[in-house]
Design a protein around this ligand. Structure first.
Ligand SMILES: *Cc1c(COP(=O)(O)O)cnc(C)c1O
Length: 353
């Protein structure tokens, strides 16, 4: 608390990201990073960019990157907005498109950054309870609203909403923006990007942090009708003309173009997930069906916070959310390499006895 703070700063509740431990040798399964490195072509493009042009300001519009993203999704460049991580893209989305008189709707259990943006921008919101299987029920969103936002697959549950259900939502909800945050869609979901041409109220948000292994680079993007993209660009150009540096633009462009590396690493993560779920089921863990690069799991006889602490003693970091109550007995575990998964499994075997 300080007399020097603007009043709003007293009222906001900042998001708390998962720990980035300083210790080496930890098995880090707490923030859903990709265990495999990024495309070698992306690394090479970044080296070249540093060597040749880092003296100069970057392209403020990131045209090359937007072109590469548009090409990957079979869209036009005018339908793409890029930002410094999808967290920044989402921040602009909340401010530019989701602040209206009617409440913004999102699930009660979801990405915990959403209520933080609402507080920051003074957006009125209501949460909608997931059903008993922790799934999003489209019918519960069919009521007056100033916008709808949810991740698909949802976080931290990993549960996927079928594309046909998203289409049903869009058919019924035509008067406000629907934002689908597809941070994890490449690990087993089907992207709503294919619906962008048909639904002017749809905005799809992606990140290169998870499926493209570039969490440290900070690149995210949004896909939507040019009208929505223009709103985002207006906010961006009132905030920071150069959100993406040259290294980020060069690396992200090359990463979007390296289809083979992307497909290989996603496939490996999905294979490891399948094996891991089987092992955990064998120990009596219940695992929600996951289409993401993490699993959400609970054990009927073991307290989640205690399990998390015991894993930490064995140098394995997973994520435990003590709130809301409904998920306090779950652990969110990132799917690592097969070797990391095996180490997790043997630690659990030891802990469970
Ligand atoms: C990881 C994540 C993001 C943020 O990704 P960045 O691009 O790294 O900022 C956004 N939404 C969800 C649901 C996420 O899990």
């Amino acid at each position: 608390m300080s007399q020097f703070w603007s009043p709003i700063v007293h009222d906001i509740t900042p998001y708390v990201p998962g720990e980035q431990p300083k210790l080496a040798n930890l098995i880090k399964l707490n923030t859903n990073e990709n265990p495999y490195g990024p495309s070698l072509r992306a690394l090479e493009a970044m080296r070249q960019e540093v060597a040749n042009s880092i003296r100069l300001y970057p392209d403020p519009a990131s045209d090359q990157l937007r072109e590469a993203i548009a090409h990957y999704h079979d869209l036009r460049m005018e339908q793409v907005f890029v930002g410094n991580g999808s967290d920044e893209v989402l921040a602009h989305v909340f401010q530019a498109l989701l602040k209206h008189d009617a409440p913004l709707l999102f699930p009660d259990i979801t990405y915990s950054f959403y209520p933080v943006y609402c507080k920051l921008y003074g957006i009125n919101y209501e949460t909608v309870a997931l059903d008993d299987n922790f799934e999003i029920r489209v019918d519960d969103y069919l009521r007056p609203n100033g916008g709808i936002v949810f991740p698909n697959p949802n976080a931290p549950t990993g549960c996927l909403l079928a594309l046909s259900e998203i289409e049903r939502l869009l058919d019924a909800n035509t008067q406000s923006v629907v934002v689908v945050d597809e941070a994890y869609v490449d690990f087993g979901g089907e992207s709503a990007a294919s619906l962008v041409d048909r639904y002017p109220q749809l905005l799809v948000v992606h990140t290169l942090s998870k499926s493209r292994s570039l969490a440290g680079l900070r690149v995210g993007y949004a896909l939507g009708n040019n009208d929505l993209i223009q709103a985002l660009t207006r906010v961006k150009d009132s905030f920071n003309s150069y959100p993406l540096g040259r290294v980020a633009q060069a690396g992200a462009t090359a990463a979007m173009q390296d289809q083979a590396h992307f497909e290989n690493t996603c496939r490996k993560v999905m294979q490891s997930r399948k094996k891991l779920v089987k092992e955990l089921n064998g120990f009596g863990f219940k695992v929600l069906p996951s289409a993401a690069n993490f699993i959400f799991t609970s054990h009927p006889e073991h307290d989640a916070a205690t399990l998390s602490a015991s894993l930490r003693e064995r140098n394995i970091v997973v994520r435990h959310f003590s709130k809301p109550e409904r998920i306090s007995q779950f652990l969110r575990i990132t799917v690592g390499t097969d070797v990391q998964c095996a180490m997790l499994v043997s630690a659990l075997r030891e802990i469970l006895g």
